[in-house]
Design a protein around this ligand. Structure first.
Ligand code: PLP
Length: 401
């Protein structure tokens, strides 16, 4: 069955990112003039007669039929995301994990091989380590892009990468990943959640599919859960069919409207948060209680050179290893006052968490430690508060360690 999205004017004119963020994919409602996108809260869409219904279902006539397949509010979010990522089309999902699972399940079959590079978000790691192998898919893990180049088999179906990675902020050279994947005949997928399309555009570097947890910077305010996959229609068709039609992980129009609103200020929020994160990372690096700071903007970060090339700025997330292990991490986190202890990232509020006991608790310990997620590691998602207030808060919490 077709997805029944009415044809729309391509939003991808040569506009700047901020103009795209505000205008792409949406225009005032033709019937009411409403500037904000109407929330089309309906499960089904009426058709005039028997024949009209049949023609919509077999794809001969355009028009929506059922919100699990497509919905006008969700479609506006999808158009805006496609424009911001520079992709042909996008599909909205109920969460980042729904987008990731649909992208994998939509493109894989039993007997296929997936290659992952670097550290992955704990939920994604779980899909790779437990779900896919149960379905007859072999998953291989490579620590670095060099290891991928040396070990990737021809015939691998998907190369999957996260950049910067969660929570150790490894930066993967996407242009190189693309080259290696193409040589092996593989589809390349990038999780662009930590970068956002404002900082990195993986499709322009040749990646085939971009996935996001839209719950993070795209929403920006911690009040919506969603996901999205962007890329060429030939790949997004099976991803939509698996993820929405079959698994039913569709994005609600109520969430879509929150994500559309969040996207309007994405570049402004990310700029402000990057400024705060850069200052905080530099300051933390000079503190004796801190053993190591993971932030691509620091010249000491192994991925700094690649980040300078493929990112507009260095992002709003940093991690730090405290001297004193888990106890020090606990004292530091419990001492924070402005920064909230919580596991999400990308909100206007600064958030911090202890990955080993939260986001990555389900990753087997040897794998977790091998990936650098130590018991002393704290991840911070830096928000848009006044930079000196944030620094003062972090300083007083660090003084307790
Ligand atoms: N990808 C990354 C990099 C994440 O950090 C997360 C969640 O933290 C996800 C995907 C999953 O997104 P969601 O929580 O919206 O399902």
């Amino acid at each position: 069955m077709s997805t029944h999205i009415p044809p729309h004017e391509a939003p991808c004119k040569p506009w700047g990112f901020r103009t795209l963020a505000v205008h792409a994919g949406q225009s005032p409602d033709t019937s009411t003039g409403a500037i904000a996108p109407p929330i089309v809260a309906t499960s089904a869409f009426a058709y005039d007669d028997f024949e009209a219904g049949e023609r919509r279902f077999n794809g001969e006539a355009p028009g929506y039929v059922y919100s699990r397949f497509a919905n006008p509010t969700v479609a506006a979010f999808e158009r805006k995301m496609a424009a911001l990522e520079g992709g042909e089309t996008a599909v909205g999902f109920a969460s980042g994990m729904a987008a990731i699972s649909a992208s994998l399940l939509g493109l894989l079959k039993a007997g296929d091989v997936v290659a992952c590079v670097g550290t992955l978000y704990g939920g994604t790691d779980g899909v790779m380590r437990s779900l896919l192998p149960r379905l007859g898919v072999t998953v291989r893990h490579f620590r670095t892009v060099d290891a991928l180049r040396a070990g990737l088999d021809a015939g691998t179906r998907i190369v999957y990468v996260e950049t910067p990675s969660n929570p150790t902020l490894e930066v993967m050279d996407l242009a190189q990943v693309v080259q290696i994947a193409r040589q092996a005949g593989a589809i390349s997928i990038a999780d662009n959640t930590f970068s956002t399309p404002y900082l990195t555009r993986p499709l322009a570097l040749g990646m085939d599919v971009v996935v996001h947890s839209a719950t993070k910077f795209i929403s920006g305010h911690g009040d919506a859960t969603g996901g999205v996959a962007v890329g060429r229609a030939e790949l997004l068709g099976p991803i939509r069919a698996a993820g929405m039609g079959q698994l039913g992980g569709c994005l609600s129009p109520h969430e879509a409207v929150m994500l559309l609103r969040g996207l309007k200020t994405l570049p402004l929020r990310v700029e402000a948060a990057c400024t705060n994160a850069e200052a905080l990372a530099r300051w933390l690096q000079a503190q004796p209680a801190v053993a190591r700071v993971y932030y691509p903007g620091l010249a000491t970060h192994p991925g700094h050179g690649v980040a300078a090339q493929q990112m507009r700025r260095f992002g709003a997330i940093l991690s730090l290893d405290l001297r004193g292990g888990r106890a020090a991490a606990r004292q530091f986190l419990d001492g924070l006052r402005i920064v909230t202890q919580a596991v999400s990232v990308g909100d206007v509020d600064s958030l911090a968490c202890h990955p080993a006991s939260t986001t990555h608790h389900s990753v087997p310990e040897p794998v977790r430690l091998d990936n650098g997620v130590s018991d002393a590691l704290v991840r911070m998602s830096v928000g848009i508060e006044d930079g000196d207030d944030l620094l003062a808060d972090v300083a007083q919490a660090l003084a307790r360690v």
